[in-house]
Design a binder for this molecule. Structure first.
Ligand code: SAM
Length: 285
């Protein structure tokens, strides 16, 4: 099969199947061989790896993955793409194509079945409308993961990497950094896709921590507090948390916890580090 990273080959496939792009599925297919190679290199895919590809599209990146990995699990929501994938990926027998919504599929069960429960690598040019639920879902369901290397909107990649004090720092930064070490490996122009999206993109690699960087008694409570603190960005942390009505936690209690941490009662969530949120959660738990 011809390399689908080359525009003319992709156009031939689209024409053969009379394919209509579905905006609701965030369909922007890659048409740049250098970017494709950069993603696979950055993800460090080798012959022992089992890879989960979310949204293979017409199989462009899947071709590259099947060449390098031991096995590739592809989950694609659009049923119109299944016959296309069966055709474009026919030279490879080290893959399975699953026609499902990735948010509904049991990824732990897939890991067990195809990789004996050992950590997998996720590689994807993500549908941007569900970037955060996909990434958080992978983390929170404790799928055995080695790394997640994904194309996302550039500003989302920025948010994942930011620390306290930056305007882009928020609940996503803290969640990503709790589970993984984020590193942008490529910036990608809109010209590398068909159709051309109206945002810039970046490939970010999230390498899972071997051990959590902070210890916290109740992970779920910490993330509830984090979300409440950033929900109303212009409010103080005390108001954000008390307005959310979490386990009956009252204003006094939050102010006292902040005092113990030597923080002002008017502090905003965006100035607290992950370690400080963990401590706050332990005081309020
Ligand atoms: N991997 C291809 C490429 O790089 O050219 C296509 C990437 S395109 C940005 C996103 C893909 O995700 C599309 O094929 C789309 O149909 C698929 N998709 C969208 N929502 C999905 C979902 N909930 N579950 C699985 N796949 C989904």
């Amino acid at each position: 099969m011809a390399d689908l990273g080359i525009l003319s080959n992709t156009l031939k496939v689209l024409e053969k199947y009379n394919f209509n792009f579905q905006k609701k599925f965030g369909q922007n297919f890659l048409i740049d061989t250098h970017i494709l190679e950069g993603i696979i290199d950055g993800a460090e895919i080798g012959p022992d790896d089992c890879v989960l590809e979310i949204g293979p599209g017409i199989g462009t990146m899947t071709q590259y993955l099947c060449e390098r990995a031991r096995f590739v699990i592809c989950v694609e929501i659009d049923k119109n793409l299944i016959p296309v994938l069966n055709d474009t990926l026919s030279p490879y027998d080290n893959k399975i194509i699953i026609n499902q919504d990735v948010l509904k599929v049991d990824i732990n069960a897939l890991c067990e079945e195809y990789n004996g429960g050992k950590p997998i690598k996720v590689v994807a040019n993500l549908p941007y409308y569900i970037t955060t639920p996909i990434i958080m879902g992978l983390f929170e369901s404790h799928v055995p993961l080695d790394s997640i290397t994904v194309m996302v909107q550039k500003e989302v990649a920025d948010r994942m990497q930011e620390g306290p004090g930056s305007k882009d720092y928020g609940a996503l930064s803290l969640a990503v950094q709790y589970y993984a070490e984020p590193r942008v490996i490529l910036n990608v122009s809109a010209n590398c896709f068909i159709p051309k999206p109206n945002v810039d993109s970046a490939v970010i690699k999230l390498t899972l921590h071997k051990e959590n960087p902070v210890s916290v008694n109740n992970e779920a409570l910490m993330f509830t507090l984090i979300r409440a603190s950033f929900n109303q960005r212009r409010k103080t942390l005390v108001n954000g948390i008390t307005n959310a009505g979490i386990n009956g936690i009252g204003k006094e209690q939050v102010v006292r916890a902040l005092e113990k941490m030597e923080l002002s009662p008017t502090v905003r969530g965006e100035t607290l580090s992950l370690a400080q949120f963990a401590l706050l959660s332990d005081y309020l738990g």
